[in-house]
Design a protein around this ligand. Sequence first.
Ligand code: NDP
Ligand code: MG
Length: 390
Amino acid sequence: MTKRRLTILGATGSIGQSTLDLVYRQPERFQVVALTAHHRVAELAEAAIRSRAELAVVADPAHYPSLKARLAGRDIEVAAGPEAVIEAARRASDWTMAAIVGAGGLAPTLAAAERGGVLALANKEALVCSGPLLLDAVRRSSAVLLPVDSEHNALFQALAGRPATTVRRLILTASGGPFRTASLATMAAATPAEAVAHPKWSMGAKISVDSATMMNKGLELIEAHLLFGVAAAKLDVLIHPQSIVHGIVEYEDGSQLAQVGPTDMRVPIAHTLAWPDRLNLEDQRLDLAAVGRLEFEAPDEARFPALRLAREALQTGGGAPTIMNAANEVAVAAFLEERLGFLDIVAVVEAVLEGLAATSPTTLAEVLALDAAARDAAAAAVDQTSRQRH
Ligand code: NDP
Ligand code: MG
């Protein structure tokens, strides 16, 4: 059996580490081509050694000497800088995990899409900020785009190859995050530590805050629209605190097919890693009797306005999702640095969406320019909001 050649963009993150965990279990099946990180070089070097990677790249060039020293005497190529991350994504490989967080992952993800092979997409921000561009690159290279995001992976599985345009509804489930039942007063006073403490999933800081505001589900509505080519009216969100049912496809005859599985990203990652086969994960066994009850409720758009904003951005179209995503990244970073209140995150995003014209970017340069303009506007809105608070 020839080994499947893999590249992991964002190898030191939560998704990257879960991917590597699966790779370590079956070294006879996989050959790691390249691993990339932003600045966590100790973790990157360790992963490169353990996975016998051919290439390790750190995006922040300041960390090049440290990475070089850690990999001295090993048969592993070392490189640094954002261009080197893009080069890594271009290297011949059968399968790429796109797991850099935020729009910073756009250029490498796009490079992987242009190269072809399987693109396992976790980096939803890249898709949201440049949907048409990324999908066009996938089409031109005949790459296979497989969703890693648990809800979209569930929908992909429940669709079982049928076109989503023929179904009645796609339902994305959401845990509701740490503030599912919290009052607005509690949310207004929420600290970064409280917002990042997700009840069900263990994830990076940015997506954890997105889950708390439910902007994550907003981004996922746009992600689903792009991945499956369905109108916003066919997309629904359902709160499901147990996070066992990940996505549901409703067919025209009223049947609903759901994908059900453990609350562990290794399950959807494994699906994309083996696709169209399956990996045998002995330790992943969901005991529904132990779970006991599955609950569902409608989302509360009054406490979670991010859902409405995302729907509006979809309706506006053009660069509105690009603006929404960039403003959200800036606002989340400011919240994590305690420069912005929790409820102000989505307020900043809304102010930026209202203040900036959503041009329709068609090239990478235009997407990046709109992304930068939205970041500037969001930074100004953050400053103004924090001045009002003090
Ligand atoms: P983490 O913050 O845990 O990891 C992010 C990874 O990206 C790290 O390897 C980091 O490197 C790297 N990185 C960050 N910024 C840059 C940059 N500018 N250039 C190059 N590399 C960079 O995030 P997650 O793993 O939680 O999430 C990754 C993506 O997957 C996100 O888009 C998220 O929305 C999506 N996702 C995550 C899920 C989860 O369960 N975690 C579920 C569904 C989707 P370093 O470690 O050196 O900082
Ligand atoms: Mg998700």
